[in-house]
Design a protein around this ligand. Structure first.
Ligand code: FUL
Length: 468
């Protein structure tokens, strides 16, 4: 770029392509869409934890009907500090609690309904799980968020759209004003009919405005417009995962129609190709969150104690979520005592130890400043003498946009170069595993990119095989 050209223009979170923009211009603009500050801070968390806990824990169900007796909720030894300290050992940076799931039972003493902890025997009706967890998070320097299910099978007003929207916003307001700082609000799109036989229509505009006004630094997820659902619950980010995407948040007016016109769904395999961007009218910074449970179900069931994911499986998920330009949201459901079960706790700690032992000390000795790469450029990095490697990590400085479209990783072994990995997108973080080798150097080639790629980090590791 010559120095007479204007400074690069960036678009925070969204850009609308001007009418008549060429495919080339659209690609360039999409390459200049960047995360908002809160989206970037969220991306850096990498590991976040989901806590599904509520009436379902005591009825052994996954979706409650809303007719459950609140008296069923009676954890015998609930200890939110145990949750938080356990999750800290796993390296988790935020906890998101099901303050209310589809059954409508509220884990805090809300004034909006009788269907809450107030009518449970737990702490003689004076308990408040949201309070206990948010305080434990503050004490142990953990971020706090909540999932407030829009679908509510208990609320009498559900289906009477304006009345229920008011009720839902009142619940949100309680949660956003009485418990200190909130960093993520998780809202799924599940929707049903109310007792009046009508389908509820959520007022997303007011819901998101309430969150943005009361907790402006909280990201909103799934039906929110800061964080996108990856599209599966199996722990898998896409190999090609674009954070800058023409996919419109569904909560935006006309969002679903805009997606339908492009043939897009959350599950679509392509959310960012050139061909797609060329047909689109704009692009969002809408990064992927991978939500998956450590057990088959989202809620605790003792008959699943033998089916807790193994360390090898969790590490695999780490590679396919954090290692594929996504944030991991791993669900660890407390049991009927109100504790994270010993098996899950052991697994979480093992995961934290594995990540710390295997992905902290890079064997690349000469990574210093950001590499500004054009298509076709390559760069070599030295591996610590005598070390073996099997994993390469590459990061783009996403504050300057996501740009890499194709890259190659080679290793120099006995004076010969071998291609060990090829990939498409990089984004915030990409991890690539290959056969262990005694590489003296590695060479990264940026084969294709949408604008100058800003490679802010290249690292190499030798991740241990896990014996089960
Ligand atoms: C979905 C819910 O229906 C599941 O029960 C679970 O909470 C999952 C994380 O989100 O929308």
């Amino acid at each position: 770029m010559s120095c007479t050209q204007p400074k690069q223009r960036y678009y925070t979170q969204h850009v609308t392509f001007p009418e008549g923009a060429t495919a080339e211009q659209k690609i360039d603009m999409a390459a200049h869409v960047v995360p908002s500050d809160k989206q970037f801070a969220w991306q850096e968390l990498e590991l976040t934890a989901f806590i599904h806990f509520g009436i379902n824990t005591f009825t052994d169900s996954e979706w409650g009907s809303g007719t459950e007796d609140p008296a069923l909720f009676n954890p015998t030894a609930l200890d939110c500090e145990q949750w938080v300290t356990t999750l800290k050992k796993g390296g988790f940076k935020m906890v998101i609690l099901t303050a209310k799931h589809h059954d409508g039972f509220c884990l805090w003493p809300t004034e909006t309904t009788e269907h809450s902890v107030v009518h449970s025997p737990w702490r003689e009706g004076k308990g408040d799980v949201v309070r206990e967890l948010s305080e434990a998070c503050r004490k142990h320097d953990m971020k706090f968020g909540f999932y407030l299910s829009p679908w509510d099978r208990n609320a009498a007003s559900y289906g009477d759209s304006p009345a229920y929207n008011k009720f839902f916003i009142a619940q949100l307001t309680e949660l956003l004003t009485n418990y200190g700082r909130v960093d993520e609000v998780w809202l799924d799109g599940a929707c049903g009919e109310g007792p009046n036989g009508k389908r509820q229509e959520y007022d997303w505009e007011s819901i998101l405005a309430t969150i943005n006004t009361l907790q402006p630094h909280a990201v909103t997820a799934i039906m929110g417009d800061d964080v996108r659902w990856v599209g599966n619950e199996g722990g898998r980010g896409r190999e090609t995962e674009w954070s800058a995407t023409p996919y419109t948040p569904k909560s935006h007016v006309g969002g679903s129609e805009a997606n339908a016109a492009l043939g897009l769904e959350e599950m679509s395999s392509d959310l960012g190709s050139r061909e797609l961007v060329a047909r689109a009218e704009g692009a969002y910074w809408y990064p992927s969150e991978v939500d998956v449970s450590i057990r088959p179900g989202w809620f605790y069931h003792d008959y699943e104690d033998d089916s807790v994911r193994s360390l090898a499986n969790l590490v695999d998920i780490y590679y396919t979520s954090v290692g594929r330009n996504s944030v991991l949201l791993l669900n660890i459901p407390p049991d009927r005592r109100g504790l994270i079960h010993e098996i899950d706790a052991e697994r979480i700690e093992a995961l934290g130890n594995y990540i710390a032992e295997n992905f902290t000390h890079s064997k690349v000795t000469d990574m210093s400043e950001t590499w500004h790469a054009e298509a076709g450029d390559c760069r070599e990095y030295t591996i610590e003498a005598g070390q073996r490697i099997n994993t390469v990590l590459i990061q783009e400085d996403i504050r300057r946009g996501q740009r890499v479209e194709r890259f190659t990783v080679e290793t120099l072994v006995d004076s010969e170069w071998h291609t060990v990995a090829e990939g498409t997108t990089i984004g915030y973080k990409r991890l690539l595993k290959f056969e262990e080798c005694a590489a003296e150097r590695i060479r990264i080639t940026i084969n294709e990119c949408r604008a100058t790629a800003n490679i802010s980090n290249v690292a190499a590791y030798c991740a241990k095989e896990i014996a089960e």
